[in-house]
Design a binder for this molecule. Structure first.
Ligand code: OMP
Length: 266
């Protein structure tokens, strides 16, 4: 069970806002890890988690990397989520699934990620509307709504002005924060949009922001942090995936991942 306050306390006690992204690509696993794909991915994931748990407050499992492995990918997703929750229950666990569908379908997604798997949060696309997020609102869980994504395509729709001149992403943030509270939802804002981060923070000073875009996508971590922290010095989760997972492709990959993760301490 997580709340805004418990996440703030976790961040302030660990002195980090890092969320390690488990975007595991079997082709990038160090060659000395052998066995079936399932064995290799599980060994790699558990090694990365053991090496990084001290330096992060959250893990984000990007579901696409597991779906791409077929039936056994779903098993690896389940086992990785269970491993994190049973060994490191204090860590916030995000399913990066980018779902979003009509109510009865959304309820099934919520059942899959909250009941069948032990996720604390799920990423959601907002474009089918506010009703599609409602089934993911549960005490102790967070629905994480895409607002301003880190990719260049964010300018195709999210940065476009609406009739009142406000960009679409701002409308998304305003509408969702009118409807749902700071213990219910978070917003995704890409670190690559550095000038806009400050305005997102001032739009929703009390809500959590999940921020990808540092590390492999090149945004500066310290600038991101200073633009995004809330008044209590928390309120933000900064995700980094490839930079940490693939810090080394040799048998020192655990030390290299730990060193990459430890750079996010503040
Ligand atoms: O929702 C996300 O997590 C997400 C939103 C976004 O705007 N940009 C973005 O990169 N992500 C995810 O964040 C992770 C970034 O990975 P790295 O670029 O390797 O650190 C990937 O899992 C992306 O799918």
């Amino acid at each position: 069970m997580f709340s805004k306050e418990s996440l703030d306390n976790l961040i302030l006690s660990k002195r980090t806002v890092l969320c390690v992204g488990l975007d595991t690509d079997p082709a990038k696993i160090p060659a000395h890890i052998t066995g079936t794909t399932k064995q290799k991915v599980m060994e790699f994931n558990t090694s990365i988690i053991k090496a990084t748990h001290k330096y992060c407050v959250a893990y984000k499992i990007n579901v696409a990397f597991y779906e791409a492995l077929g039936m056994e990918g779903w098993q690896i997703l389940f086992h990785t989520a269970e491993y994190i929750k049973s060994h490191y229950p204090q860590h916030f666990l995000i399913a990066d699934a980018k779902r979003g569908d009509i109510g009865n379908t959304a309820e099934r997604y919520a059942k899959a990620f909250y009941d069948e798997m032990p996720f604390d949060a799920i990423t959601l696309s907002p474009y089918m509307g506010i009703d599609t997020v409602a089934p993911f609102i549960r005490r102790g869980k967070f629905a994480i709504v895409l607002a301003l994504t880190s990719n260049t395509g964010a300018s195709d729709f999210q940065l476009q002005p609406m009739d009142d001149g406000k960009p679409l992403y701002q409308k998304v943030i305003e509408k969702f924060s009118e409807k749902f509270g700071r213990d219910e939802i978070m917003f995704v804002t890409g670190a690559t949009h550095s000038p806009m981060l400050k305005s997102v923070r001032s739009l929703v000073p009390d809500y959590y922001l999940l921020i990808p875009g540092v590390g492999a996508q090149g945004a500066d971590y310290l600038t991101t942090l200073s633009n995004a922290l809330n008044a209590s010095g928390a309120g933000v989760l900064i995700n980094s995936s490839r930079e940490i997972l693939y810090a080394s492709s040799n048998d020192d990959f655990e030390e290299a991942a730990a060193a990459a993760a430890s750079k996010y301490e503040f």
